[in-house]
Design a protein around this ligand. Structure first.
Ligand code: GDP
Length: 451
């Protein structure tokens, strides 16, 4: 267990007026503080109603407090949670009093950092706490909960275990350097390393979906000027967010809005129309549109169904992926009973009227299905890694490639073992076997104070 001598305190709820405010403290002094402030030895995990009097005996508020005895607490050490009336002035007075009584102001994320250092959770679970706080869709919430319950940790353990077996086999030969690995072992090692590398790669590929969960699925609305892109964005957002005009070229910059479609959070981006003969300001808008298209997860390609549909402009056709495109044939209210056929083989084709809202439910369904298909599954566990995990996995992957090269090149087994240890080290970082304290401090500094 981590050896901590100080007791930290912080406001755990936002600093505004609310029904309840919570101040929490954690560390070896918490039990003594509870007795000092409330006058009775606290029973662990029981909410008690009491007066909060400051160090000079002045009544601050009547509060509910709960004492948690380590290791049965969030941080793994003795902790205290004090719920007062939700007035930031009261909460600040309680916090100031705790500091006067010897606590230290907690750094951002310090409670979770202590939980990690005390072995209450691994680093991927600590990161999941952060994801849980920021989750804005059902999918993001489910993924954060799974990671908090150790889904990524379990996947990493399985991978690490297999790599350790490989290393054990290799190390058995280190004492006999003059002997070559027997061919049956060489085969087994190569096959096993290839399979581990494949699983590592599959895990790496979940990074993109992880970004989508954390940032929202980048859904870029593209099309010719006046096709109804802004009207469609307004319909999906449910209010007039973008300017709608009869003149082409009303959207010259791009507009971004976050919306929920079923369990998914989308970053909906309306772009400047792709006018084949633009005025200078429009040109800049089109450049930005192409940049947005480059980074899109899903494309909504809006075409005016009343106009003849020609070829897609070349610079733009090369940037969209039809498999991730929903073709939206808009202004269907102006077309007779026979809707025009799809001019391109996109993943989905939907007929809409952004004016009267018809076809919008079908469009939402198509977006939902496309978003669903972005979610990868790894051996029954739905795992979606973040940038830190991706960096460690890529490093592990490089070591594995090196190791496989050494098997085929019949290099000395010590060198092979060293690559395998490198890969193990990189994989270990995901659960938190990190020696570098500064890396940890930086990671927890991105949390909020009181968490
Ligand atoms: P954008 O340039 O692609 O963003 O197109 P806008 O959303 O600004 O729409 C251009 C014009 O088409 C506006 O006058 C809209 O009211 C009109 N419009 C957009 N969608 C529809 C539709 O589905 N049906 C009809 N009849 N008009 C539409």
């Amino acid at each position: 267990m981590l050896h901590v001598t100080d007791t930290i305190a912080a406001l755990a709820t936002p600093a505004g007026t609310s029904a309840i405010a919570v101040v929490r403290a954690s560390g070896p002094d918490t039990g003594r503080l509870a007795v000092e402030i409330f006058g009775l030895p606290p029973s662990p995990r029981k909410a008690c109603h009491a007066d909060y009097r400051d160090i000079d005996g002045r009544l601050v508020d009547d509060v509910l407090f709960t004492f948690f005895q380590g290791p049965h607490s969030y941080t793994g050490e003795d902790s205290l949670e004090i719920s007062s009336h939700g007035n930031p002035f009261i909460a600040q007075k309680i916090l100031a009093d705790l500091l006067t009584r010897g606590c230290r102001s907690a750094q951002p994320g310090e409670f979770t950092q202590r939980a990690f250092l005390n072995g209450q959770m691994d680093l991927s679970q600590a990161e999941a706490v952060m994801d849980l706080i920021h989750a804005r869709s059902d999918r993001a919430l489910a993924a954060a909960n799974q990671q908090l319950r150790g889904a990524l940790g379990k996947t990493m353990d399985a991978l690490t275990h297999r790599l350790l077996e490989v290393l054990a086999r290799v190390e058995a030969y280190i004492d006999f350097p003059e002997e070559d690995l027997p061919p049956e072992d060489t085969n087994w090692l190569d096959v096993e390393l290839q399979s581990i590398a494949k699983d590592t790669q599959r895990l790496l590929a979940t990074n993109r979906y992880g970004d989508m969960l954390r940032e929202g699925i980048r859904t870029v609305i593209l099309g010719a000027p006046n096709a109804g892109k802004s009207s469609l964005l307004n319909q999906l957002v449910g209010r007039d967010r973008a300017l709608v005009g009869e003149e082409p070229g009303t959207t010259r910059d791009f507009i971004e809005e976050k919306i929920l479609i079923g369990p998914h959070c989308l970053r909906l981006i309306d772009t400047a129309g792709l006018n084949p003969s633009p005025v200078p300001l429009e040109k800049r808008g089109i450049e930005k549109t192409l940049e947005q298209a480059e980074a899109a997860d899903v494309f909504l390609l809006v075409l005016d169904a009343t106009q003849p549909i020609g070829e897609l402009p070349r610079e733009f056709a090369s940037r969209i992926t039809l498999d991730r495109t929903i073709l939206v044939l808009n202004k269907i209210d102006l077309v007779g009973t026979e809707p025009p056929p799809a001019p391109f083989p996109a993943r989905y084709t939907v007929h809409t009227s952004a004016l009267n809202g018809s076809g919008l439910d079908r469009l939402r369904e198509a977006i939902g299905s496309l978003a669903d298909s972005c979610q990868p599954e790894i051996g029954g566990e739905r795992v979606s890694i973040n940038a830190r995990h991706a960096e460690a996995l890529s490093r592990a992957q490089n070591y594995l490639t090196e190791a496989r090269g050494k098997i085929t090149g019949h290099d000395p087994v010590e060198l092979l073992a060293s690559d395998l240890r490198g890969a193990l080290g990189a994989l270990g970082e995901i659960r938190g076997k990190i020696d570098n304290e500064r890396v940890l401090d930086r990671l927890f500094a991105s949390f909020c104070i009181g968490k």
